[in-house]
Design a protein around this ligand. Structure first.
Ligand SMILES: [Zn+2]
Length: 220
């Protein structure tokens, strides 16, 4: 899953409005922020294979340190502690930790059975929504629209940056998603990892920039 993770990040803002969107977007995408790094370090691997559906082009052969169920729990706790140490906001830290764990749940829904339960486990799980391109587009698209809508109505722009940087990020994510869907490219794993790593962290910075130019909408 790709933009569905961003949807969770956007929506989380409503649960803890005083904390920057950047924490929640980083949380919801954390496993995919670490994955390309671990690929470049040689700890995990992925490769591109010819496939009928664009979502099945990537073969996730080995990613137990970022995407096993056990490690998803570990990363969730670690990220919640980091968030709490930096922000001192206990509830927001719990929300950020839950966002990390939501990543595994959404990947479980979409991936083929390639998610290990723990590093070294031979059992692989995944419900395989990716086998249906239409199903994936509908589920992920609806999640994304709902997440953005929740964020856009929980906060309001303080200036032009607050408005247009948000529009820009949403457009960028949506176009990347559609572009990726339409593309049949099979990039080298290292190129894929570098692009994923840089873009992933740019998105976190972008979210921080947006959020610094928006404020919580007061009720009524
Ligand atoms: Zn993932």
């Amino acid at each position: 899953m790709f933009i569905g993770h961003y949807a969770v990040g956007f929506a989380s803002k409503k649960l803890a409005p005083q904390t920057s969107l950047a924490w929640f977007l980083a949380g919801a995408t954390l496993l995919d922020l670490l994955f390309p790094l671990f690929v470049l370090l040689g700890w995990e691997s992925a490769r591109f294979v010819p496939a009928q559906s664009p979502f099945l082009r990537i073969s996730l052969d080995n990613y137990p340190w970022t995407h096993s169920l056990l490690m998803a729990v570990v990363w969730s706790v670690a990220f919640a502690l980091l968030c709490w140490a930096v922000t001192r906001a206990r509830w927001a830290a719990l929300v950020a930790g839950a966002a990390v764990f939501s990543h595994w749940i959404l990947d479980f829904l979409t991936h083929r059975p390639d998610l290990p339960l723990w590093p070294g486990s031979t059992a692989r799980v995944g419900l395989g929504l990716w086998y249906s391109s239409a199903g994936t587009l509908v589920v992920e698209g609806l999640l994304f629209v709902a997440g953005v809508w929740i964020y856009a109505t929980t906060t309001k722009a303080r200036d032009g940056v607050g408005r247009w940087a948000l529009v820009g990020l949403v457009a960028f994510l949506a176009l990347s998603y559609v572009g990726d869907f339409l593309s049949s490219a099979q990039p080298d794993a290292r190129v894929f990892a570098w692009v994923g790593l840089v873009l992933g962290w740019v998105m976190v910075w972008w979210a921080w920039w947006i959020d610094a130019h928006r404020e919580v909408r007061s009720e009524g």
